[in-house]
Structures are given as structure tokens and as C-alpha cells.
Design a protein around this ligand. Structure first.
Ligand SMILES: Cc1ncc(COP(=O)(O)O)c(C=O)c1O
Length: 472
């Protein structure tokens, strides 16, 4: 493909993408294929000679689309949303075209400098404490990680490095492995699986603490665990608080947890992967209170803030805790302006990084705060519409307070009945959802996901659910 053909085919692809997204409602949301379907549709080896574009293009509908779960269908109500907007897609084309790998300031100054500035913009939209911003003149600042999982892992590894350093100042001869075997970290029993996984990767015992009736981790549960562990000779080093848990969108009491972490000298990381986007609305911002006690905070604009995957924004109060934890410094990565701007390679796990701040920048500029707030409020309103429909049918119950764009509901009755209902819904194929379980109660999760979801779509989904429940 030369430049001439690229101009032509690129435009064709833009048309295809716009048609796909504008008409995705007409496709079956969940594919009807069996594992291994794709291998039968394409050869088992790459072509010897290059193929014509027409052949490649044709195979999008023939090979790919039959196996796509359409996350941007208004009938998709599973998991949590993944964001998608035209400004972000366009910015990603530019990012792919510049194609730089921005591991240091020198490797592409604009890549680093835009990230620094837009993460300050975003931090200000969330009204984050000044200490988290690059512009505060302190050691704080933001970075784009690929995922919330990576942010949690980076925070935990940094906490681990800090505590090993502290321990060795008093006990210089003790091996790192011996010290680490004493460390413990905590989250609620509702935290995302990536938190447990971070513990496994970092070789730190991760304790899942019991939550209250609202699925929230409270201060007394944390304090009891800390006291118990200290009495047994363990060293608590890290707490991951969740704002907007995955099973039911519950909120840990960050204020209570934060105060304890401050008293105990423990690193608190706040994972608000989904719910964090809503904190740009003043009515939801109180849920973030307590973040002032955190060492690190993360949420995913790629979930609910119109920025396509991947864009997970993380802020820290003291970036030296990251840069010193992961610092290796070969000659080929050094440059003469070191220290004046962040070299983001020290802030995360991979070396390479894409120019992801472009899509955040385009989105923030083209939607503006008002446009972004409108999107969040619309989704929350749709969730309440669905909640009202559920409550209007006495066969059903809502099992968790609806705070954002997620409704957790079930048929009154056994878990088995609800498992059957969900199975029927997904087999029917008109809408798609996933279940969850909290304190042994199985329920269905109805998440408002696609930006094109309307009030009619919510009514449509409810009618499908009612119809299938009646058949049962
Ligand atoms: C609370 C929470 N934390 C972490 C994650 C993982 O997100 P990521 O895919 O960005 O790692 C999720 C995913 O839904 C989540 O809900």
C-alpha cells in the first residue's frame, strides 16, 4: 500500500467504521460461534505474496465480525463499559502515524510533555489534591498506565520497595526475600481480581477483608486485621481501597481507611477503575473524599470517559517512590535533559509506551467538561430508569443501592433460578449481561455501557428480561 492507496483505503475504512458504529444496534450483540470457528475460515499459513486490499477488506465481515462481541451495541450490558468516541479514534490514528515510543523525554518530547499537562488537566477536573499534580512543584504527578491492573501492581511494587528500604535502614543484613515474607497487604473481599493478582506477582500476602452490608470495607475491619497481623510479627505495607467495586459498584470508606493508613504508615492506593470518571461531576465528587490520604490513585478514562482503550490514569504524591523502585539506567536510554521532565519509563513496567495522551487531549478538548458530565449523567439516569422498571415488577428485587450506571438485580428466589434466567437471556441473544455473586447471593448485573444507549434501549432490555422470566 503506497501513500496514494493509503489515502483511498484509509477513507474507505473511516466510512466502514462510522457505518459499523452507527448501525451496530442491528447486529446480534453476542456472537453465535463455537471455539475454533476462525481457524476454519482462513488458511493455516501466511501468504507468500502480498494480497490485494479488496481481499483483506472483504474478510472483515466474513471472518472477524461473526466472532465479535459488540461492546458498543446499545444492547450490551455486561461487565463495565469500555469507552469509544470519534475524537479518540482519530487521535489514535495520529498516534499510530507518529509511531514514537515515548519512554524518555528525549525519545519524543511532545509525547511526555502532553501527558504531563493533560494529566494535570484531568486531575483538576476531578479536584484531586494539589500534591497529585505535576504543576504543584512537588514530587507528585500523573502517568497513563495501560490498565488499572498495572496501576495497582506498580503501586504495590513501589510500596514494597519503600518498605524494604525502610526495614534495611534498621536491619541492613537481612535478605530482601526474608523481609518480604513479613509483608502483608489488604483489600476488601470485593476488590477486583487484579488486586489479588498483584499480590501474587509481587509475592506479597494479600488479605481480602470482610465488607459491611453495603459491600464497603470499613476502618474497623482494616484496623482489626492490622492489629492481628502486627501481633503475629507481620508488617502491613499496603491497602487497596476500591471506589466502585466490580461485582456491585460499592464504595469502600476511603476516609476511614485513609486515616488508619496515615497513622500506621501504610501506602493506600485507591482503585476507581470504573467509577472514577463520574468524579468530574460535583454531585459524585464526595465519594472521592479521603483520596487526600492516598499515596496513589487510579481510574480508567478508557472505561467511562470517552477515551478508547487503553488509557488508565494514575496519580502519585511522590513519584520518586516509583522512579527509585524501578530505576535501571543503561547508557543508551540516558539523555542530557534528564531530571527536568519525567522519564516515564521509570513510572511503569514496560519500556515502550504509545502516544496515548493524544486521545485524552482530543477528548477533553472536543467534549469539554460539560460534554463529559452530560455523558456520565445520562448513563446514571438510564440506570435509575432500569432500576424503577425492576422495582415495578414484584417478582424482582434490586440487591444493591444504584449509585452509578450499574443495577444489580435478581428474581426473588434461589440462585439457581437466577442462573437459569441469565443463561436464557444470553442464549436468546437480544441483550448481553454477566452475573455476580456477593455474600453467596447470585444476581444479574445490568450495566449501561454503550454511549448510544437510549431510554428505549433500556425499555427494550427490560421487556426481553420480563418475557424470558415469564417463560420460566
Ligand atoms: C474496580 C476495578 N478495578 C480494576 C479493574 C481492571 O481494569 P483493567 O482492565 O483496566 O485492568 C476493573 C475492571 O472492570 C474494575 O472494575
Amino acid at each position: 500500500m503506497d501513500a496514494e492507496e493509503f489515502r483511498k483505503r484509509g477513507k474507505e475504512m473511516i466510512d466502514y467504521v462510522a457505518d459499523y458504529l452507527e448501525n451496530v444496534r442491528d447486529r446480534r450483540v453476542f456472537p453465535e460461534v463455537s471455539p475454533g470457528y476462525l481457524r476454519e475460515l482462513i488458511p493455516d499459513h501466511a501468504p507468500e505474496e502480498g494480497e490485494k486490499w479488496e481481499n483483506v477488506f472483504k474478510d472483515i465481515e466474513r471472518v472477524i465480525m461473526p466472532g465479535v462481541t459488540h461492546w458498543h451495541s446499545p444492547q450490551f450490558h455486561a461487565y463495565y463499559p469500555t469507552a469509544n468516541s470519534y475524537p479518540a479514534i482519530v487521535a489514535d490514528i495520529l498516534s499510530d502515524s507518529i509511531g514514537c515510543i515515548g519512554f524518555t523525554w528525549a525519545s519524543s518530547p511532545a509525547c511526555t510533555e502532553l501527558e504531563v499537562v493533560v494529566l494535570d488537566w484531568l486531575g483538576k477536573l476531578l479536584n484531586l489534591p494539589e500534591e497529585f499534580l505535576h504543576g504543584s512543584g512537588g514530587r507528585g504527578g500523573g502517568v497513563i498506565q495501560s490498565t488499572a491492573s498495572e496501576a495497582t501492581l506498580v503501586a504495590l511494587l513501589s510500596a514494597r520497595a519503600r518498605e524494604i528500604f525502610r526495614y534495611k535502614q534498621k536491619n541492613p543484613d537481612v535478605e530482601d526475600g526474608v523481609i518480604m515474607s513479613k509483608f502483608v497487604a489488604y483489600s476488601s473481599d470485593q476488590a477486583h481480581s487484579s488486586v489479588e493478582r498483584a499480590g501474587l506477582i509481587a509475592c506479597i500476602k494479600m488479605r481480602a477483608l470482610p465488607t459491611d452490608d453495603n459491600s464497603a470495607l470499613r476502618g474497623h475491619a482494616l484496623k482489626e486485621a492490622i492489629d492481628r497481623d502486627r501481633a503475629q510479627g507481620f508488617i502491613p505495607i499496603f491497602v487497596c481501597a476500591t471506589l466502585g467495586t466490580t461485582p456491585s459498584c460499592a464504595f469502600d470508606n476511603t476516609m476511614e481507611l485513609g486515616k488508619i493508613c496515615e497513622e500506621e504508615g501504610i501506602w493506600m492506593h485507591v482503585d476507581a477503575a470504573y467509577a472514577g470518571s463520574a468524579f468530574i461531576c460535583p454531585e459524585f465528587r464526595p465519594l472521592l473524599d479521603g483520596v487526600e490520604y492516598a499515596e496513589s490513585f487510579n481510574f480508567n478514562p478508557h472505561k467511562w470517559l470517552n477515551v478508547n482503550f487503553d488509557c488508565s490514569s494514575m496519580w502519585v504524591k511522590d513519584s520518586t517512590l516509583l522512579t527509585e523502585a524501578f530505576n535501571v539506567d543503561p547508557l543508551y536510554l540516558k539523555h542530557e535533559n534528564q531530571g527536568q521532565m519525567p522519564d516515564y519509563r521509570h513510572w511503569h513496567i514496560p519500556l515502550g509506551r504509545r502516544f496515548r495522551s493524544l486521545k485524552l487531549w482530543f477528548v477533553l478538548r472536543m467534549f469539554g467538561l460539560k460534554g463529559l458530565q452530560e455523558g456520565i449523567r445520562k448513563d446514571v439516569q438510564l440506570a435509575h430508569q432500569f432500576e424503577d422498571l425492576v422495582r415495578s415488577d414484584e417478582r424482582f428485587e434490586v440487591v444493591q443501592k444504584v449509585v452509578m450506571g450499574l443495577v444489580c438485580f435478581r428474581l426473588k428466589g434461589t440462585n439457581e433460578v437466577n442462573e437459569k434466567l441469565l443463561k436464557d437471556i444470553n442464549a436468546d441473544g437480544r441483550i448481553h449481561m454477566v452475573p455476580s455473586i456477593v455474600k453467596e447471593v447470585y444476581f444479574l448485573r445490568f450495566a449501561i455501557c454503550a454511549s448510544r444507549t437510549t431510554s428505549d434501549d433500556v425499555r427494550f432490555a427490560w421487556n426481553v428480561i420480563k418475557e424470558l422470566a415469564s417463560k420460566m
